[in-house]
Design a binder for this molecule. Structure first.
Ligand SMILES: [Zn+2]
Length: 198
């Protein structure tokens, strides 16, 4: 089932997600609905807060992104990232590695807004999957960026918080309009069709 994606201005986007102690049918259905919603919106990642659930749950699928390379290691071995998609991460913990890189990002909760965001070039993530197994992966490139964006969502952090102040100032009018529209209960109908929307 495709779920409505909440926009900037909804308080739950600022909520830290609760840890998921039991992966039951509700969580499995929620993850399936989030994957369907993310694909329908042409996004590459979606966090539970964006569909109104304050939980440590995020889904990603970077398999359609061709111009921004990703790497993935599972248990120390290289894996083609596309074969691991969609990725469901429950209760993820993240360690950042390497240098930082600036790259453009969008967000499904901020229609038509993008920004240059500095992120670590790789990251080690420990999380549970839908089977309840603990997985440890090392992500690099665009996948590392996408996971950092989603991990931020799970902690109530939004990509505008990581924009350079000049960029945020330049966007302030659009952000205010978006917040107002959200408070009025409006919703952008046109999704930003982009490979960088998380
Ligand atoms: Zn986002």
């Amino acid at each position: 089932m495709i779920l409505p994606i909440l926009q900037y201005g909804e308080p739950i986007l600022r909520a830290k997600g609760k840890r998921i102690d039991e992966i039951d049918d509700r969580i499995r259905q929620l993850a399936a609905d989030m994957i369907e919603t993310m694909h329908a919106a042409h996004g590459v990642g979606l966090a539970a807060q964006q569909i109104g659930e304050g939980l440590q749950l995020t889904v990603l699928d970077i398999s359609a992104v061709e111009d921004r390379p990703s790497t993935l290691k599972v248990d120390g071995s290289d894996v083609d990232p596309r074969t691991a998609m969609p990725l469901v991460l429950i209760n993820p913990e993240i360690d950042l590695l390497g240098e930082t890189q600036v790259g453009v990002e969008g967000c499904l909760s901020f229609p038509e807004i993008t920004g240059d965001i500095e992120r670590a070039e790789s990251a080690v993530i420990r999380a549970q999957n839908l089977e309840g197994d603990t997985i440890q992966i090392e992500a690099g490139g665009f996948l590392a960026r996408a996971i950092q964006h989603e991990h931020d969502h799970l902690n109530g952090i939004l990509f505008i918080d990581r924009m350079r102040s000049a960029e945020k100032v330049a966007l302030s009018g659009r952000l205010r309009r978006l917040q107002k529209e959200t408070k009025r209960g409006g919703r952008h109908r046109e999704a930003l069709v982009s490979e960088v929307t998380l």
